[in-house]
Design a protein around this ligand. Structure first.
Ligand code: ZN
Length: 135
């Protein structure tokens, strides 16, 4: 499903990078997952174990979380996500549906509800480590 497609993309990108750089054995793949991205880390790990090609046989699959950041369109202020002062339900809703953030979060400087999610969404390949064939 969603997670499997993401992992497929990560593996394809990592494999291409390895090929371009003469890496014959990948030892570590670091994937960054935005805090607001709706994916299960366990499912990503499971998908990686099942989709990996021989190139990744001994690779460590590392998941890192990127905290969410918001940027105000009115005053340019940037701030991080905090669930302080929110009920658990609201915090859950925002993590589940980032669009909900606009209902509950306002700029910490000017109070404007007009902001964008600057960071904290998406899943991408951050680092890949490996062994080169002729070394
Ligand atoms: Zn503002």
């Amino acid at each position: 499903m969603h997670e499997w497609a993401l992992v497929e993309g990560v593996i394809a990108t990592a494999a291409r990078f390895a090929e371009e750089n003469g890496i014959t054995e990948v030892t570590e793949v670091v994937v960054v997952v935005g805090e607001l991205q709706q994916v299960e880390h366990e499912v990503l790990e499971f998908a990686f174990e099942n989709l990996k090609t021989p190139l990744f046989k001994n690779a460590r699959f590392v998941l890192e979380s990127q905290p969410a950041r918001f940027k105000c369109r009115n005053c340019g202020n940037e701030w991080g996500f905090t669930s302080e002062g929110m009920t658990e339900d609201v915090s859950e809703a925002i993590h589940f549906v980032p669009e909900m953030a606009h209902v509950y979060i306002k700029c910490s400087e000017c109070g404007s509800p007009d902001f964008e999610v600057a960071e904290g969404r998406g899943v991408w390949l951050a680092t890949i480590k490996g062994v080169k064939g002729d070394e």
